[in-house]
Design a protein around this ligand. Structure first.
Ligand code: MN
Length: 320
């Protein structure tokens, strides 16, 4: 049955044919018009319920989630989480695409869904027919615009976490993963490294933000080095829009790249904030995503939303 979820650790073949992995035209949904962008979700199913209600409210086809998705280990996870989420998505008639943050069980994720070293691969892996994981370096095209993903971040709460149980060193981006991103994907029309939209979890260097944690000098240096590497990747791929999570804060900024181009860097809050700071609507048919000949058109990336009563109702705990 195409709707069946493949349990992590199970040996069943992918729910979608292998071609779906290498040929994104089977899932890139040419009729796609709006997506809901979501910050950290931390395995919080109540929050997902809330987000999926927002997709209906704002006519979004699916959700794009920017890391700390909540791919976790223990207590039946991640199978239980993914199964429940699959049920919610099926009920809502929506799909989701996620990138990894720092708080995921990276070794299990990689063992189960390895990166395919193939020029045919987009790097987007279907976990089910509704849940898609975008690897670090993944690329795809929506409505003629090139998208790419580069998840991962340094855990600023690493000192409170047990290595191998609730923290893994693979949380950070490697040079090799950055190179995957920079290779582009000519088969998808991504000739050269540049993209239009980049999804990251961490904040690129050059954006001033606050941390929720008091960092030791050593940890602060690791955080800065990671943001530096991410910043170099951003400089290479020159996105017009970068959407990120990680800091559990809504934050908008502009990053000026060497050479003069500007990147709109939009940071989304998390399920901790439980309100409209934690998500946004991107309309793929209107400017600036889809420029029209009218240069006086709107310039804000996200579609306007109206605050609804009860927007703060969702609650629940996850592996944050
Ligand atoms: Mn988080």
């Amino acid at each position: 049955m195409p709707n069946d979820l493949r349990l992590p650790g199970a040996t069943a073949p992918p729910a979608l044919p292998d071609a779906a992995v290498s040929d994104p035209t089977t899932w890139l949904l040419p009729e796609l018009t709006r997506v809901l962008l979501a910050g950290d979700t931390h395995g919080n199913l109540n929050w997902w319920q809330h987000l999926l209600a927002r997709t209906a409210e704002h006519d979004c086809d699916g959700v794009v989630q920017v890391g700390d998705f909540g791919y976790w280990r223990g207590h039946g996870e991640p199978g239980r989480y993914l199964r429940a989420l699959q049920r919610q998505l099926r009920r809502a008639g929506r799909w989701l695409l996620w990138i990894d943050g720092n708080h995921e069980c990276h070794p299990d994720l990689r063992a189960r869904y390895p990166w395919q070293e193939s020029p045919q691969a987009s790097g987007v892996t279907p976990l089910t027919d509704r849940i898609f994981y975008a690897h670090r370096g993944a690329r795809w095209t929506w409505r003629g615009r090139r998208w790419a993903a580069l998840g991962g971040a340094v855990s600023e709460d690493v000192d409170t976490r047990i290595p191998g149980v609730e923290w893994w060193p693979e949380e950070t981006i490697t040079i090799a993963e950055t190179q995957r991103l920079l290779t582009g994907c000519p088969r998808l029309g991504h000739v050269g490294p540049t993209v239009d939209v980049l999804l990251t979890h961490d904040v690129p260097a050059g954006i001033k933000t606050a941390s929720r944690f008091l960092l030791s000098p050593q940890l602060a240096a690791r955080v800065a080095a990671h943001r530096q590497l991410l910043g170099e990747a951003v400089t290479a791929v020159q996105p017009r829009l970068l959407v990120r999570g990680h800091l559990h804060l809504r934050h908008s900024a502009q990053l000026l790249l060497p050479g003069g181009s500007a990147v709109a860097v939009e940071g989304l809050a998390s399920d901790d904030q439980r309100d409209s700071r934690s998500w946004a609507v991107l309309d793929l048919t209107t400017p600036p995503y889809a420029p029209t000949p009218d240069p006086t058109g709107p310039t804000a990336w996200f579609a306007p939303i109206t605050r609804r009563r009860g927007a703060n109702r969702a609650s629940g705990a996850g592996p944050r």
